[in-house]
Design a protein around this ligand. Structure first.
Ligand code: HXC
Length: 291
């Protein structure tokens, strides 16, 4: 098991787990390194990166510090060859109740525009490894946007999704008007963005926003199981598959199909493609090397 400690240069480095040193390292993984999140590796093979938002008193409101830490943890998992997928979750009460309103309250336009306020949030949608959001409780405003930046959303049956920014005199600023509309269609997206009304996990499932709904207490383990399944495939080919699906949001059908075909051809440059097909023919399980 690897956990994460701060090196002399303040760069996050995976540290190999030594059982006798467990207590100290555990403390380091969630105490010294991160203030707003808990970071771990889950699954039987410890191949699923795990990020838990951890500001319970503020219902995981996404302050800048928290989102910077999420970015750092994702960077670490990107570099960790053992990790094949990442799960982001919150608490049973709240995935995240949005961007931190208290932090935003007194900001000026000049500060927001000049400092590219929240520009770094995009990190979540640009990592190569698949990211699964496990959403229990509130996923509101930036919380809903954070979930939508992930590749797969699983929801607990009491989850609530919403874009209530209009009630604060502002609008979604991290993809809410764009990703939600592409996912659930214009009418429901408009209704959510213009009224601030929330939808339930079941409604979100029906609208295609989430792929599966689970009992609250099973949600995280099911998300980790999904992560393990993904991590057992070739990481390099999974990255291509993710890139191809994401291209569907940006390209025309003709361009997207052409892009997909090029990536499909590119899989033939990998050893894992050869192994996968050979394993099928030899009636055995493929042993991918991520090459
Ligand atoms: C800062 C927040 C917060 C937020 C909750 N809290 N949401 N603090 N930013 N987004 C804090 C409350 O101030 C309170 O702390 C504590 O969390 C518990 O919240 P309560 O309101 O007392 O809980 P409850 O009555 O159960 O109501 C839960 C809730 C409500 C329905 C989720 O808190 C709520 O409406 N929150 C705001 C949701 C929202 O508008 N989100 C969008 C934010 S704008 P104290 O210390 O006061 O007791 C946004 C823009 C994104 O996300 C733009 C780009 C990223």
């Amino acid at each position: 098991m690897a956990v994460f400690c701060r090196s002399a240069a303040s760069v996050l480095k995976p540290v190999r787990f030594v059982p006798s040193a467990f207590a100290n390292i555990r403390q380091c993984s969630s105490g010294d390194q991160y203030h707003y999140i808990l970071v771990d590796k889950k699954g039987e093979k410890k191949n699923v990166g795990f990020i838990q938002l951890n500001r319970p008193k503020a219902l995981n409101a996404l302050c800048e510090g928290l989102m910077l830490e999420v970015g750092k943890a994702l960077d670490t998992f990107e570099e960790d060859n053992e990790v094949g997928a990442v799960v982001i979750t919150g608490s049973e009460r709240a995935f995240a109740a949005g961007a931190d309103i208290k932090e935003m309250q007194n900001r000026s336009f000049q500060e927001c525009y000049g400092g590219n306020f929240l520009g770094h949030w995009n990190k979540v949608s640009t990592v190569k490894k698949p990211v699964i959001a496990a959403v229990n409780g509130y996923a509101l405003g930036g919380g809903c946007e954070l979930a939508m930046m992930c590749d797969i959303i699983y929801a607990g049956e009491k989850a609530q999704f919403g874009q209530p920014e209009i009630l604060l005199g502002t609008i979604p600023g991290s993809g809410g008007t764009q990703r939600l509309t592409r996912t659930v269609g214009k009418s429901l997206a408009m209704e959510m963005v213009l009224t601030g009304d929330r939808i339930s996990a079941q409604e979100a499932k029906q609208a295609g926003l989430v792929s599966k709904v689970f009992p609250v207490e099973q949600l995280v383990s099911e998300a980790v199981k999904c992560g393990e399944k993904i991590a057992s495939n070739s990481k390099i080919v999974s990255a291509m598959a993710k890139e191809a699906v994401n291209a569907a949001f940006e390209l025309t059908l003709a361009e997207g199909n052409r892009f997909e075909k090029r990536l499909f051809h590119a899989t033939f440059a990998t050893e894992d493609r050869k192994e996968g097909m050979t394993a099928f023919v030899e009636k055995r399980k493929a042993a991918f090397q991520d090459k």
